[in-house]
Every structure is written in C-alpha cells, then in structure tokens.
Design a protein around this ligand. Structure first.
Ligand code: LLP
Length: 414
C-alpha cells in the first residue's frame, strides 16, 4: 500500500495528516515517508539475497541527510557525483567502503577527497580522467580503484534529456574505445582496475534496453578476462522508472532477474545505482492555493510552490499528479496550477480537473526524486522545508530557508 493514502478523506503520509503538517511546518513543504523509502530499498535488496551485491543510492535524486540516513541504516551504499555529495553522505554516516563516485567532470580536489576517505570505486568516464586520477593518486601515494563507465550505445527509449547511453551523449567511454583504455589503465601504477560500469538513462519503462546493454558489457568483460584483466564487479547503473501517471514500469524483479540470470555463473559483485525508484514515490510537495483566477480561456490556480521548487514540469514537461489534501464538493473545472514566479513556464500542472477554493491544500505527488534536489532560489524564494514522516511522527529534516540567508554571502559595493 502507498505510504500516501486517505484516511477519512484526508490525505496522509503514513499516519500523519498532510493538513496537520501544513499547519505545523507551513507551505510549500516537502513531505517524505520513511516507510516508503525503506520499502523501495527492500524491493531491490530482496532480489539480491545470496548475491554479492551493493545497492548504491544515486544521491542526486534527493540528498537530504535524513533520506541518506534512512537508507544507510538499511544497508544502502551511495553513488555520488561531487565532493559535495561525498561530504553529505559522510555527514549522514555512510561507510566509505560503500561509496562509488560517478560523473564526467571530477576535479583533482574531489579525487583527493575521495582517495583520502577510501571509497570503493571511481567510475571513470574518459581517457583524460584516467590519467588525471593516476597522477592524483600517485601524488597521495594511493592506489585508486577504478571502473570505466562504458557507453554501450543502446537506446533507453526515454526522454532525450535523461537518456545517457547513446553515442551522441557526453557520458562514458565509447564502446570501441573501452578495450584500449582498459589496457592503458591497467598499465598505470596508481590505478587498480576493478570493475565496469554502465548507466543508460533515467525513467526507463522497459527492461529490454538494460539487458541489451548488459550483453554488450559482458562481451567486454570476457575480452578483458582473455587479456588477463579480471574484473571484480559490474555496476549496472540506475534508471528504473516509476509511475507518475499511467506508466507501467517493470517490477524490480522483472528488471533485475533477467540480468541476474546472466550474471549468476560469473564471479562478479553486482552494484546498482538506483535513484528515482528509491525515492520518487516516497515524497510529495505540499502547497496551498493563494489565488484563483478563472478566465475565458484558462483558469489559473496560483499556488505557493513554483518552478523554483519543482522544476521538472517546466524543464521536461513532466507530469505530476496533483490532488487536494481535503477534497471539496463544488464545481470541477480545468485549472492551470501555476506558481508565483515570473515565467510562463512556471507551472506544476495544466488543465487539472479539480474543485478548488483559495486556501485549499494540494499535494503534488511523486515529488521525492529530482525535486527538492533540483530546486533553486529563483525570484529570491527561500527553499521550502522538508519533513520526514515516520509512523505517527513528523520530523523537520530541513527547516525553511530565511530570506536573509539568500543574500548572506553577498556584499554591496565598497
Ligand atoms: N547513475 C548515474 C551515473 C546517473 O547519472 C543517474 C542519474 C543515476 C545513476 C540514477 O538514475 P535513476 O535511477 O534516478 O534514474 N533530473 C532528471 C533525471 C536525471 C538523471 C541523472 N542521472 C529528472 O528529473 O527526470
């Protein structure tokens, strides 16, 4: 059962009413469910019983310390893409031996930080990065564990902005270049070649491209083994989609089992980097209707959340379900759910059939992933509060920013 359900008509997060949360913490406000986070992680872990494996949550999806903490306590590792994310996961109590470092643009400073704490693996994305990492590791007297992120040139059949496994994308090492680059990396003194990695895109709704990519990656693993480069792990990346509207994403088992079947005969540790699937449906954005502005052509409901909070609709045309926290009777009309930001692209939903009155609370669903983590201060809007619900309790896990904080780092002219 979803962690967000109605109780006597009122939408709840676990056992706490969202109306009560809005009262206590104000709006806009992000609300997460601990139970939903744990259940989503458990879906992956239960498929991996008996297999040497590690689920490395992709921190970029939602990097709140409480979210990281909940997942770490249940055994998750982390996939990070910056020194900032590294410090965050350490602050949340992560074990460095459960951290992998992805990303196309790691700086020398970020490499040094990760080498000092002793992460499991760097997912290296270019020849130039291989050489830089070797140099940086040498300077520190360390050996850097690496895998190459190989671009299998597979069509993930998802939104172009979140598709990463095609040749035309900036990510990873081209398939044909992988073998020579592995040979080169293996010849360097400060690198330990230990794995291979691949991530083909996000919000995938079909398991087939994952298997297609895996077949290509395993062919490389075999070629490498024949040359004496024996890998210890394979990182299958993230990308499994969730339901926002009426999508039918594969069950975790239908996604994983076909791949695990191909891996069972091999002595490779399996790493995964799910982001959205762990947190996407574990969070909502709570917002209040400020004004109704019905019109001849369009009816606008102006709410107190905006594109600076949730950028996905403006950025990708993404659809998030929007529901009233306390449904009311009355005339149902199509509403443009828009924020106060001065852009026509500032909408959270379009043409939503709802009965609304000013002051109503709305919940924007499936807002746990790439939502708060992509928010900004555009229009000098403080970032919203974040609340983690755990059974009957609601914990403030990030207080609302103050206006003064927004310009605290700035200075007037001398
Ligand atoms: N691993 C790597 C190397 C990645 O780049 C990503 C996501 C993941 C794992 C996790 O992917 P997931 O399991 O969450 O699909 N902002 C976009 C999504 C960008 C995804 C970026 N990379 C959105 O809101 O849809």
């Amino acid at each position: 059962m979803s962690a967000f359900a109605r109780n006597e008509g009122i939408l709840h997060a676990e056992e706490v009413s969202l109306a009560e949360i809005a009262e206590r913490f104000g709006t806009p406000c992000w609300v997460y469910s601990r139970r939903a986070l744990e259940a989503a992680l458990e879906e992956f872990q239960s498929e991996l019983i008996g297999i040497e494996s590690l689920v490395c949550y992709a921190v970029k999806a939602n990097s709140n310390l409480a979210v990281l903490d909940v997942l770490a306590r249940r055994g998750a590792g982390f996939d990070i893409v910056s020194g900032g994310e590294l410090k965050r996961v350490l602050a949340a109590g992560a074990d460095p031996r459960k951290i992998v470092f992805s990303g196309v643009g790691k700086t020398a400073a970020e490499m040094r930080l990760a080498l000092r704490v002793g992460i499991v693996c760097f997912n290296v994305e270019s020849a130039a990065e291989v050489d830089r990492l070797d140099t940086v590791a040498g300077e520190l007297g360390k050996v850097a564990p690496i895998s190459l992120r190989v671009n299998p040139d597979v069509d993930a059949r998802t939104h172009p902005y979140v598709s990463t496994g095609l040749k035309e994308n900036k990510f990873g090492v081209a398939y044909e270049e992988a073998l020579p680059l592995y040979r080169h990396a293996a010849s360097l003194g400060n690198l330990h070649v230990c794995g291979i990695d691949c991530h083909i895109g996000s919000q995938l709704l079909d398991a087939a491209p994952f298997v297609e990519a895996l077949d290509k990656i395993l062919a490389l693993v075999d070629q490498l083994a024949a040359e004496g480069i024996a890998l210890e792990h394979i990182d299958l990346g993230g990308g499994l989609g969730i339901r926002y509207r009426d999508e039918a994403p594969p069950a975790v088992s239908d996604y994983l089992q076909p791949m695990l079947a191909k891996l069972r005969q091999r002595r490779l540790r399996v790493l995964l980097e799910p982001g959205r699937r762990l947190v996407g449906n574990a969070g909502v954005l709570l917002t209040r209707v400020e004004y109704l502005k019905p019109g001849d052509v369009k009816n606008f409901a102006i709410v107190d959340a905006a594109m600076n909070d949730l950028a996905r609709p403006a950025l990708y045309g993404s659809w998030h379900e929007i529901v009233p926290v306390v449904p009311r009777r009355g005339r149902v009309r199509p509403w443009e759910i828009v924020g106060p930001v001065c852009e026509s692209g500032d909408f959270l939903g379009r043409g939503r059939e709802l009965a609304l009155a000013a002051g109503d609370l709305l919940a924007v669903m499936s807002a746990g992933a790439y939502s708060m983590s992509m928010s900004s201060n555009y229009n000098s809007r403080p970032r919203a509060a974040e609340v983690m619900v755990d059974g009957r309790q609601a914990h403030l896990v990030r207080r609302r920013e103050t206006i003064e904080e927004l310009y605290a780092l700035e200075k007037r002219m001398p």
